[in-house]
Design a protein around this ligand. Structure first.
Ligand SMILES: Cc1cc2nc3c(=O)[nH]c(=O)nc-3n(C[C@H](O)[C@H](O)[C@H](O)COP(=O)(O)OP(=O)(O)OC[C@H]3O[C@@H](n4cnc5c(N)ncnc54)[C@H](O)[C@@H]3O)c2cc1C
Length: 413
């Protein structure tokens, strides 16, 4: 039997890649290894309906057991890959066993960034990435009245909305001078801050967590200026880091993410990466970007699977993202970073409006609050605009990696 395609990481991107390979008629064995005990599942409900308890665990699953069986996709759960030999085409598991491969796709996702402060290991201090994280948090919710959330990004804000809906007293701590500083414009941040304040969430900006206090269990948090807030439950939501350790230890070029070209190739023959763990070359924006979104996990995995199956593809998406907070939907098309001018359409004090971000005359992105039409128009306009560069990222990949990898790249082409 021919060596299989192995997929390392059984999540959103891994599942989409396996499904696509079969759709394209690839008949090789497909083996997908995931360290979690679950079949691939969707994560967005984790900070929304699933945290609230409104969705059963089974509904998170992306495909049924039957689907994988019918498509001859073997999903091995509870199996962590600890080493990858990109030259010898094999992977190794925690128990020391190995598996050879013809092609490997790394879809290991990302992990919550940890805060190195006193008390971070106390009982009642949580992260939010997996079903296990949510179940641990949900167990403690009935006895928790005071909730402190550290981080005013999407995850922190969505969780604050859920907790406040459950009647908890919620304090959200943000180090920057406003929420969503890295990812959305001022008007959007102010609109959402008002929404949260109206629902009783106390947002404290320019605040640094200095320690988490308590004996065995968390009792409160202390800020840099000495202010204390009591807490029965603390969520640390200060961003994600790429799970690229496996790739780094294996000698693949990484920079908070496995560096890949527009086809998802790492530069090593037959070794690819996609999803949250990959930093890919975007022709549209003319630079390497790493995206943590369902759109990117699905679309990049699909494109890379096409590439693995022998089709010449260029993954050059219009990134899009959404966030649900209370009854408000924020939708984002494009990437706004680097904008030099912006235009607000509608009234930010009202229920719906949008903000367009430009670099010169070029539209970079649109953020839309409860305005699906503006968002869809933006996606269309961005899709029709020409990419900034025609590069595929291969040269950049070469520059960023060791000379032996450059040699491997030229061998593979
Ligand atoms: C709480 C939450 C809410 C979100 N909400 C939204 C949203 O509203 N909209 C949106 O667009 N996106 C949202 N996202 C982001 C989106 O879910 C991710 O971008 C997407 O899941 C990425 O898919 P992935 O396959 O790259 O990674 P994942 O789905 O995380 O899958 C990676 C899998 O690989 C496993 N793994 C890691 N290392 C190894 C190893 N060495 N061996 C074996 N297995 C390994 C991991 O345990 C994990 O199961 C949210 C994410 C979270 C956590």
């Amino acid at each position: 039997m021919s060596d299989p395609v192995v997929i390392i990481g059984a999540g959103q991107a891994g599942a989409k890649a396996a499904e696509t390979l079969r759709k394209l008629g690839v008949t090789q064995p497909i083996l997908m290894f995931g360290e979690e005990k679950h079949l691939p599942y969707q994560r967005p409900p984790l900070s929304k309906k699933f945290l609230l308890g409104g969705v059963p665990e089974s509904q998170l699953q992306l495909q049924t057991t039957d689907f994988y069986a019918r498509n001859n996709i073997e999903v091995v759960t509870g199996k962590r890959v600890v080493r990858l030999d990109p030259d010898g085409h094999s992977i190794e598991f925690e128990d020391g066993t190995r598996q050879t491969f013809d092609k490997a796709l790394i879809t290991t996702g990302s992990s919550p960034r940890r805060l190195n402060v006193e008390g971070a290991d106390l009982q009642g201090v949580h992260a939010l990435r997996s079903i296990a994280h949510v179940l641990a948090m949900r167990d403690e919710l009935p006895a928790a009245n005071d909730v402190v959330i550290v981080g005013g990004g999407y995850l922190g804000l969505e969780t604050a909305a859920v907790m406040s809906g459950l009647g908890k007293s919620v304090v959200l701590i943000e180090a920057e001078d406003r929420i969503l500083a890295r990812v959305a414009g001022v008007e959007i941040a102010e609109h959402l801050a008002r929404l949260h304040a109206n629902r009783g969430v106390k947002i404290i900006t320019r605040a640094r967590l200095s320690k988490i206090v308590g004996s065995a269990r968390v009792a409160g948090v202390e800020l840099g200026d000495g202010t204390r807030y009591s807490a029965d439950l603390v969520l640390i939501a200060v961003g994600g880091i790429a799970n690229d350790e496996l790739a780094r230890l294996s000698g693949l070029a990484c920079n908070d993410g496995v560096l890949v070209d527009t086809g998802g190739s790492t530069g090593w023959r037959g070794v690819y990466a996609a999803g949250d763990c990959a930093r890919f070359f975007s022709r549209r924006y003319g630079r390497f970007v790493r995206l943590e979104s369902v759109q990117n996990a699905n679309d990049q995995a699909r494109a890379v699977a096409e590439h693995m199956a022998g089709c010449k593809v260029t993954y050059d998406p219009v990134p899009w993202f959404w966030s649900d907070q209370f009854e408000t939907k924020l939708q984002i098309a494009g990437l706004s970073s680097g904008f030099d001018r912006h235009e607000v359409v509608g009234d930010p004090q009202g229920a719906s409006f949008s903000v367009a971000y430009y670099a010169g005359a070029r539209l970079l992105a649109v953020d839309a609050i409860n305005d699906g039409k503006a968002y869809m128009r933006a996606r269309k306009a961005l899709a029709e605009s020409a990419p900034l560069t025609s590069s595929t990222g291969v040269a950049e990949l070469r520059d960023s990696s060791a000379s032996e990898k450059a040699a491997a790249w030229s061998m593979s082409n």
